[in-house]
Design a protein around this ligand. Sequence first.
Ligand code: S3P
Length: 168
Amino acid sequence: MELPITLIGFMGSGKSTIGKQIAHQKNIEYIDLDKYIHKSTGKSITSIFENEGEEQFREIESRCLREVLAMPNHVISLGGGTPCFFDNLEMIKTLSTSVYLQVSAEGLTRRLTKSTQQRPLIKGKSQEELLVYIQGELVKREKYYLQADFVIQSDQIRVEDLLSLIFS
Ligand code: S3P
């Protein structure tokens, strides 16, 4: 039984796309933590943020993280904020092989510009506001992200390279 692989990184860093590719290539199950939260609570991420607030979302996220980390032979894409709250990073480090998909603030801004409406933390931001927000958040979040077992620049990464890095 192998520890699950967790993909960490900012919104828009390609965690779901790469996660699905890894699952396909390794013939293992893929889980998206946000979707797991939605299934487990019956509520969308947006509605939890809007009706219960971010603090409550972070509590639920941490509880669901604990549950998915107990599933061996899975690849799990985490939410952008997941490693940055409570003892989540410690759980991730102990119970999974973690990979940080590192993308520049400019790259993330380009990728996220079209999906701001669906994401509660960046809803309604203009492109300039988005860049400033991402730059500020990356400064805070990379302290956590960079502690992953592997750091990959996902602008360039091919899933085959990522797999040989993890499994070599
Ligand atoms: C968040 C990222 C989102 C989701 C929630 C909060 C964050 O996940 O968990 O909106 O704090 O960066 P994705 O990174 O999968 O978009």
